[in-house]
Write a protein that binds this ligand. Structure first.
Ligand code: AHR
Length: 484
C-alpha cells in the first residue's frame, strides 16, 4: 500500500520542467519547425502549422535555441535582414551541411509567439565576443532608442521581445571551447555582466554547468560565480551502454531495455549529488539546476546522415521520459527548468516529420499525459516500493494528479493507494501502452501508440486500487472531497 499525504502541499513543480530544445541540427529547425513561406507544407509565416498545433497541445512552456554546440558557433547578425542575402555558413558540428541562416532571431520569436511560450536564448561564449553577446541582448530587448534597437526596427520589428532565459555558453567544457572550470567561471562572470537588463522582465541568467558526473566542474563554477547566476545547467543523456556504442532505437533486446532505463534513472543520483555541492554555495536554493539537455541518445536510423541524429522513438523512450520527469518532480526545490533534446526529428523527439506528414512519438504522449503537473504542487507519499514502477503525485486546487509508469516487460501490477481525503470523482484517466518493447509510431502506422482512456481502477472512500499493464504510463486525476 502507498499512502498519499494529499492535505499537505509540497513545492511547485515548475512548468518549465516541461521545456524543449531546438538546435540548428539535422532536420529539427529546417523541415521540422520551419519550412519557409514558399513551402507547400501548410505554414504560418514559415512555421509548420501541424507542428505548432501539436506543441501547443502539450502546452510547451519554453523553447531553448539556437543550440547546443551550434550556439557557440552562431553569430546572430548572420541571421537577420532579408533572408535571401543572409550569409551561408557551414554547420561544422552537425553534418557539415550549409546553414542558410534563414531561421534567425526574428523567425525564432515568430515561432515563440505562435507557440505562446517563453524564449530561452543560448549565447555564444566559445567563439563570440562580449560585445556580440551584449548587442544581441540589446537588439532583442531594448525598447527605447539605441543602436541595436534601431537596427531591429530597420529589420521590421518595432517592439522588443522578451527574453526570459539566457544561457552564457553551452558545454564550455567540450564543444563550447574545451575550457577548464576556473577559466569558464571567470569568463561567465565577465560575459554575464554585459547581459544587460533593458526590459522590465528580468533575464534569468544560466551558467554552463557540468557534463553528467563532473562534480569538480560544479564545485569550481559555483564557488567562483554563484552570486552572478540564476541557474546552472546539467546535461545527461540516457544511453544503452558506452558512449561510442549507441544502441539501436528499434532493434534491441531486453538487455537494452533495462540498460537505457537504468541510465535514465541515474538522473536522480546526479541531481542529488550536484545539489549537495550547490547547497554549499547556495543553501537557500536560489540558483536553479537547469537540465537543459536530457533524453535518450541512440544510434541514428540506418541510411540517415550520422550528423543529423535522427532516431526513432518507442515505448522504451516513453519509459525514459516518465521516469525522468518523476525524478525532476522529486527534486522540484532545485530543478527550475529542463529541456528535452530535441523537439522535432532529433534525438528523443516529440514529433517526427517526413514531407508534409507528421508523427507523434510515444514520448510526446507522455508529455501530454503529464501536462497536468505543470505548476502544480508536489504531494508526498510513502509506503511500499514496487519493482519497476515509478510514480509521482501533485495537486492543483481540489484535484490530485497521479502519474504511474510500469516499466516491467511482463505482467500487470496491482497498486493500492490510500489518500487522506475522500475521492469524489475521476475527471480524467488516460494511458499509453506498448504491446511490444519496441512498439512505436511511424509514417505507415502513426497510431500504434495513442492515448487511451483507462478504466482498470476501483475507488472506495479514500482508497484507490489500479491495475497497470506492463510497458505503460498512466495519469489519473482524482477530485477530492475535502482537499485543503
Ligand atoms: O543535443 C545534441 C548535442 O548534445 C548538443 O548540441 C550538445 O550541447 C550536446 O553535446
Amino acid at each position: 500500500m502507498i499512502n498519499i499525504v494529499d492535505r499537505k502541499a509540497g513545492p511547485t513543480i515548475s512548468k518549465y520542467i516541461y521545456g524543449h530544445f531546438a538546435e540548428h541540427l539535422g532536420r529539427c529547425i529546417y523541415d521540422g519547425l520551419y519550412v519557409g513561406t514558399d513551402s507547400t507544407i501548410p505554414n504560418k509565416n514559415g512555421m509548420r502549422t501541424d507542428v505548432v498545433e501539436a506543441l501547443k497541445n502539450i502546452r510547451i512552456p519554453v523553447l531553448r535555441w539556437p543550440g547546443g554546440c551550434f550556439a557557440d558557433e552562431y553569430h546572430w547578425k548572420d541571421g537577420i535582414g532579408e533572408t535571401s542575402t543572409r550569409k551561408k555558413i557551414v554547420n561544422t558540428h552537425w553534418g557539415g551541411v550549409t546553414e542558410t541562416n534563414h531561421f534567425g532571431t526574428h523567425e525564432f520569436f515568430e515561432l515563440i509567439d505562435q507557440l505562446g511560450c517563453d524564449a530561452y536564448i543560448n549565447g555564444n561564449v566559445g567563439s563570440g565576443t562580449v560585445q556580440e553577446m551584449q548587442e544581441w541582448v540589446e537588439y532583442m530587448t531594448m525598447a527605447g532608442e539605441s543602436p541595436m534597437s534601431e537596427y531591429r526596427r530597420e529589420n521590421g520589428r518595432e517592439e522588443p521581445w522578451t527574453v526570459k532565459f539566457f544561457g552564457v555558453g553551452n558545454e564550455s567544457w567540450g564543444c563550447g571551447g574545451n575550457m577548464r572550470p576556473q577559466y569558464y567561471a571567470d569568463l561567465y562572470r565577465r560575459y554575464q555582466t554585459y547581459v544587460r537588463q533593458y526590459d522590465k522582465e528580468k533575464i534569468y541568467k544560466i551558467a554552463c554547468g557540468p557534463n553528467v558526473d563532473d562534480y569538480q566542474w560544479m564545485e569550481e563554477v559555483m564557488k567562483s560565480a554563484a552570486p552572478f547566476m540564476d541557474g546552472i545547467s546539467l546535461h545527461h543523456y540516457a544511453l544503452t551502454g558506452a558512449w561510442e556504442e549507441k544502441g539501436s532505437a528499434l532493434n534491441f533486446d531486453e538487455k537494452y531495455w533495462w540498460s537505457l532505463i537504468k541510465s535514465a534513472e541515474k538522473m536522480d543520483e546526479l541531481i542529488t549529488k550536484h545539489s549537495t555541492i550547490m547547497d554549499t554555495y547556495d543553501p537557500e536554493k536560489r540558483v536553479g539546476l537547469i537540465i537543459d539537455e536530457w533524453g535518450s541518445w541512440l544510434a541514428v536510423e540506418p541510411g540517415t546522415n550520422p550528423g543529423f541524429l535522427y532516431q526513432q522513438n518507442t515505448i522504451r523512450d516513453a519509459m525514459v521520459a516518465a521516469v525522468t520527469l518523476n525524478i525532476f518532480h522529486k527534486h522540484a526545490e532545485r530543478v527550475q527548468m529542463a529541456n528535452i533534446a530535441q523537439t522535432v526529428n532529433v534525438l528523443q523527439a516529440m514529433l517526427l516529420t517526413e514531407g508534409s506528414a507528421l508523427v507523434k512519438t510515444p514520448s510526446y504522449h507522455v508529455f501530454d499525459l503529464y501536462q497536468v503537473h505543470q505548476d502544480a504542487q508536489r504531494v508526498e507519499s510513502y509506503g511500499d516500493t514496487i519493482d519497476n514502477m515509478s510514480y509521482t503525485v501533485s495537486k492543483e486546487g481540489d484535484v490530485l494528479n497521479l502519474s504511474i509508469c510500469n516499466y516491467a516487460l511482463e505482467g500487470d501490477q496491482a497498486l493500492h493507494f490510500q489518500l487522506e481525503s475522500l475521492i469524489k470523482g475521476v475527471p480524467s484517466s488516460r494511458y499509453i501502452q506498448g504491446a511490444e518493447m519496441d512498439s512505436h509510431n511511424d509514417f505507415d502506422h502513426p497510431q500504434e501508440i495513442i492515448i487511451r482512456s483507462f478504466s482498470d481502477y476501483a475507488i472506495e472512500g479514500n482508497n484507490l486500487t489500479l491495475t497497470i499493464p506492463a510497458k505503460a504510463v498512466l495519469t489519473i486525476q482524482l477530485e477530492l472531497m475535502d482537499l485543503k
